[in-house]
Design a protein around this ligand. Structure first.
Ligand SMILES: Cc1cc2nc3c(=O)[nH]c(=O)nc-3n(C[C@H](O)[C@H](O)[C@H](O)COP(=O)(O)O)c2cc1C
Length: 373
């Protein structure tokens, strides 16, 4: 791949807009983003959700380049760019985000019972690093409210991401409860065992615990008769032995995909942001290299046996393309939206299509894992 190719400089980005009721438009990037950045990150996020719920989100009316279409786990994705879990924890804005141009969204993490999460403040921007640290701790309104919203009309592919309550005595039972309740209403189901902010959660990544969890969730899904594809979301902070174990369990238990990865508890020395020592999961640009390295390792172990969804630090079409070339069939992002706003989605799709064409690939499928093979 030609690293010097920056197609964002070749063509001016289309101006993203929010459309008001009287059909006037608001420039999101130059007006709204700078205002939101002055606010506390969690307040800014809640205001964003409110705006999206009021119908003030950007509207992408352009149809996707057919080269971006891909089938994964039996689902036809119009494009491979997804909204990562955590943005729409309570399944309030999935249609608005699909409208903004995402090929799919993942709502959650939802836990069986509502829970408040950790004490505020609990989200920190590191603008110098294009990164965020969060220790939200699965704050969400619980499965009942979530399921009602997920049961409503959807304008595209919406996955559900489930977790456990902090005070739960039986973690596996929490995932089973979530799977049973949400299976009829989601296009795919993600088991999140990788958030760093729920004590003990990541222990479920160990081979024996993971096998037990997967068997329990799979039989719960069979009972519902809905049986959406099942994905597992893993942490980037894994040893080689952990990676081997997870790959072996995922393949032997017929999981439909692995999401690589959640946020990291590592703090690279190069971080500059004032909040770099805050406790929590680090996301955004500093996560790109470690999460992509893990993706490549997983691809080597899983190639052809199960698809991978690449997440971590994607902020451009080139980043998305590198994830795909490192083994991802689909990608997701969150943190870059905080810094760049929704214009990014259109930019990434356009640049990704350009990269594919330039390298002579007629579809995403042809580019998956070419840097690893
Ligand atoms: C504020 C915030 C909240 C998040 N909440 C969740 C969550 O509830 N469940 C989950 O699986 N991942 C969650 N994530 C992780 C993201 O889905 C994603 O895996 C991670 O941020 C890496 O992608 P990014 O660098 O594009 O943000 C959260 C991330 C952020 C920044």
């Amino acid at each position: 791949m030609d690293q010097t190719f920056d197609s964002r400089q070749r063509r001016p980005a289309r101006i993203p807009i929010a459309r008001l009721k009287n059909n006037k438009t608001v420039n999101y990037s130059s007006l709204i983003l700078p205002l939101l950045r002055r606010l506390d990150p969690e307040r800014a996020h809640n205001l964003t959700l409110m705006g999206l719920q009021l119908g003030l989100g950007p509207s992408n009316t352009e149809s996707d380049n057919p080269a971006l279409a891909i089938q994964v786990a039996g689902i036809d994705f119009p494009n491979p760019i997804g909204l990562a879990a955590g943005f729409d924890k309570d399944a309030r804005v999935f249609n608005a985000m699909l409208q903004a141009g995402f090929g799919f969204t993942e709502s959650g993490t939802v836990t069986p019972k509502p829970q408040a999460g950790n004490l505020k403040p609990r989200i920190y921007r590191l603008p110098e690093d294009n990164a965020v640290i969060n220790r939200l701790g699965f704050n969400n309104g619980g499965l009942d409210a979530y399921a009602k919203r997920m049961a409503g009309p959807k304008t595209g592919i919406v996955g559900a991401n489930i977790g456990r309550n902090k005070d739960s005595a039986d973690a596996i039972e929490d995932y089973v409860t979530g799977a049973r309740r949400i299976a009829p209403f989601c296009d795919y189901l993600t088991i999140n065992i990788s958030s760093p902010n729920t004590p003990g959660l990541r222990d479920l990544q160990r081979a024996d615990a993971l096998s037990t969890l997967v068997v329990a969730v799979q039989s719960a899904l069979t009972e519902t008769g809905a049986e959406p594809p099942l994905f597992i979301k893993i942490a980037p902070d894994l040893t080689e032995a952990d990676i081997d174990d997870i790959a072996a369990v995922a393949i032997s238990s017929d999981i439909n995909g692995l999401i690589v990865s959640n946020t990291t508890i590592e703090r690279p020395k190069f971080l500059k942001g004032n909040h770099r020592t805050e406790i929590g999961g680090l996301s955004g640009k500093p996560l790109f290299t470690p999460s992509t390295a893990l993706l490549s390792k997983m691809y080597k172990r899983c190639a052809g046996k199960l698809p991978l969804i690449g997440v971590g630090g994607i902020a451009s079409g080139e980043d998305a393309y590198r994830k795909i070339r490192s083994g991802a069939s689909l990608v997701q992002l969150y943190t870059a939206l905080i810094y760049h706003g929704p214009r990014l989605i259109t930019d990434i799709k356009r640049d990704l299509a350009d990269f594919l064409e330039k390298d002579g690939f007629s579809s995403i499928t042809d580019a998956i894992g070419v840097d690893v093979k």
